[in-house]
Design a protein around this ligand. Structure first.
Ligand code: GLN
Length: 184
C-alpha cells in the first residue's frame, strides 16, 4: 500500500514517520505531477489551513485532489487537514476541499489554551492519546458522523472513508489511529 502525504507545509514528516512504523510506503505531494503516481490513501497534515489552501490553488492541486476524494480515495485530515476537508468554516466564507459534511471552528480553544494533551475514547478505535495544538473543533455535522468528543466538543468525525481529527495522532506514540485509517 502507498500513502501520499500532502507535503506543502506543516507536520507532514511526522505522518511519514508513522507510516514507516506501520510498514507502509509514504509518498509526498508537493506539486501537480506528484498526484499522477499511483497511491491508495491520502493524508492532509496539520499546519496552517489558510496557507495550505492558498498553495493548493496556486499549484492547481485543489480540484484534482477534491476529485480523487469524491471518487472514494480514503483521506485522513489532522487539525489544519480537518479544516481543509470541512464543507463550512465558522465565521469564514472560505471552503477548501469541502468534501466532509461538517462545520469547522478554527482555533476553537483560543490562542492561549490552544495546546493540550489528553486521552479520550474514539469510537471504533478505543481510548487513545490526543494532542491538540491551536486546534479546531467540529462545531456541527451535516453528513459526517462524530466519533469523538471532549467536554461536549466534537474532535473527530468520519464520513465514508474520510476521517477528520482535530488532534495530532502523528505526534503521539500510539499507532492505532493510523492503523485504523490504513484499514478503511
Ligand atoms: N489553527 C490552524 C489552522 O487554522 C490549525 C492548527 C494545526 O494544524 N495545528 O489551520
Amino acid at each position: 500500500m502507498k500513502v501520499s502525504v500532502l507535503a506543502l507545509q506543516g507536520a507532514f514528516l511526522e505522518h511519514e514517520k508513522k507510516l514507516a512504523e506501520c510498514g507502509v510506503e509514504a509518498l509526498e505531494i508537493r506539486q501537480w505531477r506528484d498526484i499522477e503516481q499511483s497511491f491508495d490513501r491520502l493524508i492532509l497534515p496539520g499546519g496552517e489551513s489558510t496557507v495550505m489552501g492558498k498553495l493548493l490553488h496556486e499549484l492547481d492541486l485543489m480540484t484534482p485532489l477534491r476529485a480523487l476524494i469524491e471518487d472514494g480515495m480514503p483521506v485522513m485530515g489532522t487539525c489544519a487537514g480537518l479544516i481543509l476537508l470541512a464543507e463550512r468554516i465558522a465565521d469564514d466564507s472560505t471552503v477548501h476541499l469541502g468534501t466532509m459534511g461538517m462545520t469547522a471552528n478554527r482555533n476553537a480553544y483560543g490562542r492561549q489554551l490552544g495546546s493540550f494533551h489528553t486521552t479520550a475514547e474514539c469510537r471504533g478505535i478505543g481510548t487513545i492519546p490526543m494532542t491538540f495544538i491551536r486546534a479546531p473543533h467540529i462545531a456541527s455535522v451535516s453528513s459526517a458522523e462524530p466519533i469523538a468528543e471532549i467536554d461536549g466538543k466534537i474532535v473527530a468525525a468520519k464520513e465514508g472513508k474520510q476521517l477528520a481529527l482535530a488532534f495530532h495522532p502523528e505526534l503521539d506514540t500510539d499507532l492505532r489511529l493510523h492503523e485504523y485509517f490504513l484499514g478503511l
